[in-house]
Design a protein around this ligand. Structure first.
Ligand code: ATP
Length: 382
C-alpha cells in the first residue's frame, strides 16, 4: 500500500484541518495509508510519535475547525541537509515516499528541494550504514504535492489560498462592530490588517466593508501627495453625509518611494481634518475561528485532488501545486508558482507596480479599479 504523509507548515490558516481530513479520507478511499506529520517539518525530522498513522475517525469533526490540529512550526533543522537526512530516514523506516504539504511558499520550496535531493539523501543513508540497500530499494523517488494554506492569498498561479476567505470574513465582522460605534460618535477608524507583503486582504476588506480608502503594498500612492488625497476623499465623503470614516491599512503598505505608510501616519492626517480618530490593529483574530464554507470546500476538493496527484505522479513530472483558477481545481508546476510569487516582491522593489498587481489573483487589478470608482462616486450611504 502507498503510504502518504500529510503536513501543515508555516503560518496557520483556517481550512488546514479540512485539508488533513480530506487527505486522510481520500487516501483511505484510494487504498493508501496516511500518516499525520505533526508540527510541520519537525515531525519528519524527529519522527517518533510526531509521525503517526491516521484513521478515518481520527479526523471526524475537523471540517470546520480553525487553525491546525496536527500543529505547524518553523523548523530550522529542515533547512539544513542533516535535518533532511534525518527526515528521509524516518520516512523510509515507515515506508513513506509521498508527502502532501499544506503551507506557504517557504514550506513548498522546502518540499521541492527535499524531493530533488532525495536520491542523494538515500545514497548517503546507505553509504553511512544508517539504512541498508535492501531497506531503501523501494524508495528511490519522493513524491511531493503542495497545497497552499495562507490567510494572505499571496500565491501566484492560483486565485485563492486556503484560509484567505475565512480571514476576510473575520476582518469584515470586526469592521462591522467598529462601524456601529464609529457612526454613533461620528468617528474615524484606521484599521490595520495582516498582509505583510500582499494587499489582497486589505483590498478585499476595503471593498467588502465600504472603506473610504485603502493602503496596500502593490499600489503605493505618491509619497508627496497621498496625505492630501486621503484628506480630500474623506472630507468629500463626510460632506455627502457619511457619519463614519474607515481607512484600511495593510501592514506592509508603502508609498511610491517604498517608504512604509503606517496606521499612525494615516491617523495623523485624519486628525488634521478634525476627525476623532482611533487605530484598531486587528492582529491575530484575523487568523482565528472556524473556516468559512468556501475554505472548507476548497480544502476538501484540493485535498482529494492531492491524493489523486500523488497516485498519478511519475519521477519525471515536476511536483504539482493544487490551485484554483476560474472556479476549477487545477494542478500547476509548484516551483513555477513559487517563482512567480517571489517575483511580486521583486517587481515592487523595482517599482514595477502594474506588474505586481498583475501577478496577484486574476481579479485583483479589476477589483482595485472598482474600489476607486466606488470611492469616487460614494454618496455617503455606505
Ligand atoms: P507563511 O507564508 O505563512 O510564512 P511559509 O511556508 O512560507 O508560510 P516559512 O517560515 O517560510 O513559511 O517556511 C516554513 C517551514 O518550511 C520552515 O520553518 C522550514 O522548516 C521549511 N522551509 C522553508 N524554506 C525552506 C527551504 N528553502 N529549504 C528547506 N526548508 C524550508
Amino acid at each position: 500500500k502507498k503510504r502518504i504523509a500529510v503536513m501543515t507548515s508555516g503560518g496557520d490558516a483556517p481550512g488546514m484541518c479540512a485539508v488533513v481530513r480530506a487527505v486522510v479520507r481520500a487516501g483511505i478511499y484510494y487504498d493508501c495509508e496516511v500518516y499525520g506529520c505533526y508540527e510541520g517539518y519537525s515531525g519528519l525530522v524527529q519522527g517518533g510519535d510526531l509521525l503517526r498513522k491516521m484513521e478515518w475517525e481520527d479526523v471526524r469533526g475537523w471540517l470546520s475547525l480553525g487553525g491546525t490540529l496536527i500543529g505547524t512550526a518553523r523548523c530550522m533543522e529542515f533547512k539544513e541537509r542533516w535535518g533532511r537526512l534525518k527526515a528521509a530516514k524516518n520516512m523510509i523506516l515507515r515506508g513513506i515516499d509521498a508527502l502532501v504539504v499544506c503551507g506557504g511558499d517557504g514550506s513548498l520550496t522546502g518540499a521541492d528541494l527535499f524531493r530533488s535531493e532525495w536520491p542523494s539523501l538515500v545514497d548517503e543513508l546507505v553509504a553511512t550504514g544508517e539504512l541498508s540497500a535492501e531497506q531503501t530499494a523501494k524508495y528511490r523517488h519522493l513524491t511531493i504535492v503542495g497545497l497552499v494554506g495562507s490567510i494572505d492569498n499571496d500565491m501566484a498561479s492560483t486565485d485563492n489560498t486556503i484560509g484567505a476567505y475565512s480571514s476576510l470574513e473575520r476582518i469584515c465582522e470586526m469592521v462591522d462592530y467598529i462601524d456601529s460605534t464609529a457612526s454613533s460618535h461620528s468617528r474615524a477608524f484606521v484599521v490595520e490588517v495582516m498582509g505583510r507583503h500582499c494587499g489582497w486582504l486589505g483590498l478585499m476588506a476595503g471593498i467588502s466593508c465600504g472603506a473610504d480608502a485603502i493602503f496596500i503594498p502593490e499600489r503605493p500612492p505618491s509619497a508627496s501627495g497621498w496625505r492630501e488625497d486621503l484628506k480630500k476623499v474623506c472630507l468629500r465623503h463626510r460632506e455627502k453625509g457619511r457619519r463614519k470614516t474607515t481607512v484600511i491599512v495593510a501592514e506592509g503598505a508603502l508609498d511610491d518611494e517604498l517608504q512604509p505608510i503606517t496606521s499612525q501616519q494615516v491617523k495623523d492626517c485624519l486628525v488634521e481634518i478634525g476627525l476623532d480618530t482611533r487605530i484598531t490593529t486587528l492582529g491575530h483574530v484575523q487568523r482565528g475561528g472556524s473556516a468559512v464554507a468556501f475554505d472548507r470546500m476548497l480544502a476538501t476538493l484540493q485535498g482529494v485532488d492531492a491524493v489523486r496527484a500523488v497516485l498519478e505522479s511519475t519521477p519525471d513530472t515536476p511536483s504539482p501545486m493544487i490551485g484554483i483558477l476560474d472556479g476549477k481545481i487545477v494542478r500547476q508546476p509548484l516551483m513555477e508558482a513559487v517563482k512567480l510569487t517571489k517575483s511580486v516582491a521583486t517587481a515592487i522593489a523595482a517599482k514595477k507596480f502594474d506588474e505586481a498587481m498583475g501577478l496577484r489573483d486574476s481579479t485583483f487589478k479589476e477589483s482595485y479599479a472598482n474600489f476607486l470608482d466606488i470611492s469616487k462616486h460614494d454618496d455617503g450611504s455606505q
